[in-house]
Design a protein around this ligand. Structure first.
Ligand SMILES: [Zn+2]
Length: 330
């Protein structure tokens, strides 16, 4: 099975192909209806910073504004709402950013995930333009690492019309576990998604991985990819979900990717999960492990969905934690 040219042309191009990919799920439909269109090529959607000798740049591929239910929490009715309202979000909406990190390590130009691409309509897909505005052509990207096979991470990695990879010269990395899960029948029995949504997710993740067959280099969960970049096992959101440890000299950044989707809820109550977790209990254990490590070691943290650019620190607070987003000088 692959993204054949005929398959997508029959569906009359990207817009129709995107419709095929978009989750048919009430919460998501509402999220898309409310999604804000982000001009990701604007300079305020690109933020560079140093990690020792590594130049890191976070690009905002897009943003969702979405009602908290039914996707983003399993909290008892009223409890998540109370936490959001206490934090100054009285409309019970949550905002998700899609933060793609570029690492320039020596001559390597490595993207950690590929953004949502065209799959979210006008809500995302800003990475390609932002990368060009930054001065990097797709052909210059030397590495792409897929943290896990969900649409908001793989959607920008392949052209849905032509089936061609967006970064033709890049090494493409995915964990053996993640690839095996989606190509081996994807058991989503523990996920809180409705049945039709499980089916769609499994089908589309399989297609996306198959589309890049021949490109993938399947790696271990704790693999070191190059000096300064190693994978950190972070299972639960998906079985092969990977975080990253980025290090140079005395500086380190722990990229926890999708170990938390909201900077209020999952910090105040780490046991609250979201519907896309393939193993919610394991996702909670991973979240606590990463939060504890970040707090104890006072690590700088990067995240895929927390407010752009996604960097900050984690401190213990009460029975939970608190996210302290990093503020950059103008
Ligand atoms: Zn995600």
């Amino acid at each position: 099975m692959d993204f054949s040219r005929r398959h997508f042309l029959r569906r009359a191009g990207v817009a129709a192909a995107a419709a095929v990919f978009l989750p048919r799920f009430a919460g998501y439909d509402r999220a898309l209806a409310q999604a804000t269109s982000v001009p990701a090529q604007k300079p305020w959607n690109t933020q560079s910073f140093s990690i020792g000798a590594i130049r890191a740049t976070s690009f905002r591929d897009g943003t969702f504004v979405s009602p908290v239910r039914p996707i983003w929490t399993n909290a008892p009715e009223g409890e998540a709402e109370a936490v959001l309202q206490a934090a100054g979000f009285p409309d019970n909406n949550v905002t998700l950013s899609f933060n793609v990190l570029l690492l320039e390590i020596g001559s390597e130009k490595i993207l950690l995930d590929g953004g949502y691409g065209p799959l979210a309509g006008s809500a995302a897909g800003g990475l390609a333009g932002a990368l060009r505005a930054y001065g990097i052509a797709p052909e210059q990207v030397t590495g792409v690492v897929l943290s896990h096979a969900h649409g908001d991470h793989y959607g920008g990695l392949v052209d849905l019309v032509t089936g061609k990879p967006s970064y033709p010269n890049a090494h493409h990395f995915v964990t053996k576990t993640e690839y095996a899960f989606w190509t081996g029948g994807a058991d989503l029995s523990k996920s809180a998604l409705p049945a039709d949504q499980k089916r769609t997710t499994a089908e589309q993740s399989l297609k996306a991985l198959r589309a890049l067959d021949g490109k993938w280099e399947k790696v271990d969960a704790n693999q070191k990819l190059v000096d300064g970049l190693e994978l950190i096992p972070a299972p639960g959101h998906t079985p092969g979900h990977s975080g990253f440890l980025i290090s140079s000299g005395k500086e380190q950044v722990l990229h926890m990717v999708d170990a938390a989707h909201n900077h209020i809820l999952m910090f105040a109550r780490p046991e609250w999960t979201m519907a896309y977790d393939t193993d919610p209990a394991q996702a909670v254990a991973t979240r606590r492990r990463l939060f504890d490590r970040a707090a104890a070691d006072k690590l700088r943290v990067m995240s895929y969905h927390l407010p752009f650019p996604g960097t900050g620190r984690i401190v213990a607070e009460g029975k939970g934690y608190k996210w302290l987003g990093e503020v950059f000088p103008a």
